[in-house]
Design a protein around this ligand. Structure first.
Ligand SMILES: C[S@@+](CC[C@H](N)C(=O)[O-])C[C@H]1O[C@@H](n2cnc3c(N)ncnc32)[C@H](O)[C@@H]1O
Length: 246
């Protein structure tokens, strides 16, 4: 078999593993986007630094990134999430859902601007908490089941808490932003990530230009019009990526 003809087989096996991941791990990152994240993680290993993810939920995107990182020596995925428990959620007056967590005595609110509609909450979120279910435990189980627990460093918190605990020399070559989608929250994540993102490194956003105004405005103003990134593009239906140049 020629080398050229073996390449699609590599892609096919990654695709198959990612299909199993979609079936096993609850979450919102679709197969095409997992494949894109996986290949971004695997093909940017020439840039020094690790991978930073904000917004992991049960670990679906985390595992795809970690599989990609695993072809680049010891590179790690740093995962940051508030990991809300069932009773952290509350219902707003309009029937939407938000949550707040208390970590080390600090209250951190989430989804106060971009709230979760009741229908997706009842369908995708509430069932995970039945019978004492825990998102953090599901996340850890997914990493273990898919063989990447040793490759992922997890912070329960927001990017501010991550910054307090991060190694002083921490740098990243790829950052995936999929946390709170309100404008101020995404903007805070981007500004913090830029302290670590290497020149030549990539930033990726979930839910780009698909109805989340905060995400769209942040990408437009802070990435596309900032002069700090190459133009960037939607590489899947809902993921926007750009390469940092300044
Ligand atoms: C859409 S989910 C992430 C989905 C995940 N990437 C996947 O592949 O399924 C968004 C996550 O962001 C987390 N989150 C919300 N606000 C956050 C914040 N300020 N900092 C860190 N994580 C946050 C939520 O707890 C939730 O797990």
């Amino acid at each position: 078999m020629s080398v050229a003809s073996s390449k699609p087989l590599v892609a096919a096996s990654a695709s198959e593993r990612l299909s199993a991941l979609v079936n096993d791990v609850p979450g919102w990152t679709p197969h095409d986007q997992l494949l894109a994240l996986h290949f971004l993680a695997a093909t940017t290993g020439d840039i020094p630094g690790d991978i930073l993810e904000i917004g992991s939920w049960c670990g679906r995107s985390t595992v795809a990134l970690a599989w990609g990182a695993s072809v680049c020596g010891d590179d790690r995925v740093y995962s940051v999430d508030l990991f809300p428990e069932g009773d952290d959620w509350y219902v707003n007056a309009d029937g939407t859902h938000s949550f707040r967590v208390v970590i080390d005595g600090r209250e951190i609110p989430a989804y106060t601007d971009q709230r979760v509609w009741d229908e997706p909450f009842q369908r995708d979120i509430a069932p995970l908490y039945r019978n004492g279910g825990s998102i953090r435990e599901r996340f850890q189980q997914a990493l273990t089941d898919h063989g990447v627990a040793e490759r992922v460093t997890t912070t329960r918190g927001d990017i501010g808490l991550f910054a307090e605990a991060a190694p002083p020399d921490f740098r990243c070559r790829l950052a995936f932003i999929d946390g709170d989608h309100g404008l101020q929250a995404v903007r805070r994540d981007v500004r913090a990530v830029e302290r670590y993102l290497q020149i030549g490194g990539w930033i990726a956003f979930d839910d780009a230009f698909t109805g989340y105004d905060g995400v769209d405005q942040c990408i437009t103003e802070d990435i596309i019009n900032s002069g700090k990134y190459e133009p960037g593009y939607r590489c899947t239906r809902k993921m926007f990526i750009a390469r940092r140049v300044a």
